[in-house]
Design a protein around this ligand. Structure first.
Ligand SMILES: [Zn+2]
Length: 227
């Protein structure tokens, strides 16, 4: 990924974006956003990182492992993912039979309307949402230079295949309202100013950031009332 330097207000830094506690030098951890286990090795260079407190950084580990193992199981149809295609999930499940059993119990096979067998997985949504919010907070800090300490008004998670065409369209075209990102933030540096007829200027924000092609991307939008 292209690594831009953050010139946004330094007063927004110096504390953990998850618990709000002040970051002492000896208690801070550099945390990758996204969580590296969600990517495939070899990892891309220049992954975004943010500072968080040591306690929060380790506090998400079991939920992150669950999400990686669950995604790997869904993508491969069983709790024995291909070690070449999904090495992290495969490794986690090989070393944690308990996690594998837990995920296995959330798998059911049902016949569909056409009489074919269909595999259904029921995720532990609270665990997945904690990882999503953790990464979202990191992405917002990285892009906008602003901490989002309050609880999100809503979190939504769903396979893209389950979205309607209209929902996919909304998802792909990240909305951007009248609020501009903070001066010096990475997102402001990514803004494109387009000169139209009569000297009119329009500003476009480069919505999606590809972290790893076909594996992970994110978009941050700032609209009136929040991000
Ligand atoms: Zn913390």
């Amino acid at each position: 990924m292209e690594q831009l330097t953050d010139y946004s207000d330094s007063r927004n830094k110096g504390f953990c974006i998850h618990c709000g506690s002040g970051l002492r030098h000896d208690d801070s951890n550099r945390d990758y956003v996204p969580t590296r286990g969600l990517l495939n090795p070899p990892y891309p260079e220049n992954l975004p990182v943010v500072d968080v407190c040591r306690q929060c950084n380790s506090g998400f580990s079991s939920d992150e492992e669950y999400l990686i193992a669950f995604l790997g199981s869904v993508l491969s149809g069983s709790t024995r993912p291909d070690p070449v295609r999904l090495p992290t999930a495969s490794d986690l499940l090989a070393h944690s039979p308990r996690l594998g059993n837990r995920i296995d119990r959330s798998r059911t096979v049902q016949g569909n309307l056409w009489g074919d067998a269909e595999v259904l997985w029921e995720p532990e949504l609270d665990r997945i949402e904690r990882v999503l919010v953790k990464n979202a907070r990191g992405h917002v800090l990285y892009e906008l230079g602003e901490p989002m300490l309050e609880q999100p008004s809503h979190v939504s998670v769903c396979p893209i295949q389950a979205l309607t065409t209209h929902q996919v369209d909304q998802f792909e075209n990240v909305p951007y309202g009248s609020v501009w990102p903070e001066a010096g933030s990475r997102m402001m540096q990514r803004a494109l100013i387009v000169h139209g007829p009569g000297g009119a200027q329009e500003v476009y924000f480069d919505g999606w950031q590809d972290v790893q092609d076909g594996v992970y991307r994110y978009a941050v939008a700032q609209v009136s009332g929040g991000s």
